[in-house]
Design a protein around this ligand. Structure first.
Ligand code: NI
Length: 168
C-alpha cells in the first residue's frame, strides 16, 4: 500500500467531472482503493474521492464507523431538502472548515471494493460525508455549496473563537 499525494484546491483535477469506472474488477482499481483508504486514514479524513489523488474516476472511500468502505460509480439521492447545516473540512482544503447545508438523509447505490452492488440509506454524518465525496466526482468543492460565509474559517481561529465564547 502507499500514501498518495493529495491535490489541493486550485488544482484543475478537483473541478472536473470524473469518468465512470469501466471495470470495477480491475486489480488496479482495487489497489487504488487500498491506497486511498491508507491515505485517508494517514491524513485523518472521514472520506476521500479519487479526483483528490489525481485520478479522475467515479469512486470514493469513507469511514463507516470503525470500517473503511468504498463506493464505485456511486449514485446519491437526496431524501429531503439540502438545509441541514454542519461543519465540514476537506483534505484538499487543509486548515479550513465551513458550515455547509446538506440533506439529512440520502439513498445510495453503487459497487463495493469487491465489485458487488450495494445500496441503502444513510443519515447524519455519513449522509454528509457521502454528499461531500460524491460532489468531488462532479468537480464540486464544499465552499461552492456554502450559503453563509461568516461560518467559514481557519480551524485554529474557529477553535479560539469557540473557547472565547465558552469563557464569557
Ligand atoms: Ni473533500
Amino acid at each position: 500500500m502507499a500514501i498518495l499525494k493529495i491535490a489541493r484546491m486550485g488544482h484543475p483535477v478537483l473541478l472536473r467531472r470524473a469518468a465512470p469506472v469501466k471495470d470495477p474488477h480491475d486489480p488496479e482499481i482495487r489497489r487504488l482503493i487500498m491506497d486511498m483508504a491508507e491515505t485517508m486514514l494517514d491524513a485523518g479524513g472521514l472520506g476521500l474521492a479519487a479526483p483528490q489523488v489525481h485520478v479522475p474516476l467515479r469512486l470514493f472511500v469513507f469511514r463507516d464507523g470503525d470500517e473503511v468502505a468504498a463506493l464505485i460509480n456511486p449514485e446519491i439521492e437526496l431524501l429531503g431538502p439540502a438545509e441541514s447545516l454542519g461543519w465540514e473540512g476537506c483534505l484538499s482544503i487543509p486548515g479550513l472548515r465551513g458550515s455547509v447545508p446538506r440533506a439529512a438523509r440520502v439513498g445510495f447505490r453503487g459497487l463495493d471494493v469487491q465489485g458487488e452492488e450495494v445500496s441503502g440509506e444513510a443519515e447524519g454524518m455519513l449522509a454528509r460525508v457521502m454528499q461531500h465525496e460524491n460532489d468531488h466526482l462532479d468537480g464540486v468543492l464544499y465552499p461552492m455549496r456554502m450559503t453563509d460565509f461568516s461560518l467559514f474559517g481557519f480551524n485554529e481561529e474557529l477553535a479560539r473563537a469557540a473557547a472565547r465564547e465558552s469563557h464569557q
